[in-house]
Design a protein. Sequence first.
Length: 334
Amino acid sequence: MNSEKIDFVILWVDESDSKWLEDRKKYNPSATDDVSEKRYRNWDNLQYFFRGVEKFAPWVNRIFFITYGHIPKWLNMSHPKLKVVKHEEYMPAECLPTFNSNPIELMLNRIEELSNHFVLFNDDMFLIKKTEPSDFFFNGLPCDSACLNIHSISPTKMSVYSSLQATGIINKYFDMKKSIMGNWKKWFSPCYGKQMLNTLYLLPCKAFPEIKQIHLPYSYLKSTFDTVWEKEGDELLGTCHNRYRTKLDYSHWTMRNWQIASGNFYPRKFSFGKSFYISDEIALSECIRYMRDSKGKVICINDGDMSLDFFSKCKSRVNGQLETLLPNKSSFEI
């Protein structure tokens, strides 16, 4: 049973904001930085996040809307469950302005009003089916899916490096075998299905090779952020001074890995949701079908490398399906 308050946190960027664009032009990232335009490409579907929350998670305590300062014209600022937080309200001035989501997420524990139990969303994540508090926290523990993983490094995939940085932190503080065998019921839960084989196969490793990252909303304890900051504050602060993403950045995955390595989580099925990296017609069709059939409770719609024409097509079809699923305005909309 859950008695704690659970907040949702969502980050949003309006790439058409003139002030934001002006600030962005003042800083010239190095060649190794990730300044891909697709990180700021606007799908114009943020309203469906709020509609999904109202319809499928009416139990949520508050929604913390994290922004550079821009606000959607349609957003109901007087909604009692909405809390708009600007970067400057909780991040140090020397770290601003930032065009890097990693510092914004790493410092969320500095938001005093944020509950200890919160769920972190990106603006490409949507609820598509009824949820319960126990889908995100159970007996006070964050719900998550633990599985060992390993893959080759690609210099073009920034997320790989963030995952490796997060792995390095837990290997500094945790012995993998003691961590897993001390919580073996959580690591080898039947709810993982065949994914358990990955962990079993990699169990002979002397240290964590990697914890499989899932691009879905993450359940966090604010106290986990406090603990990691206390132990590795200098490292994290280094990332927070990077205005653009770099391969040496730490991400919120560091906090997730800490929760899993410490056994401070409750097992959840991998089928809870699905992330789609849309770069072709096949992936687009699978994404539409997943939403249409409500196969999971959450979905992440991540746009891959695509032409402007294909992006326009994806935007039309994805938003059309979201409109079919969530046609009614929420009370978060004016």
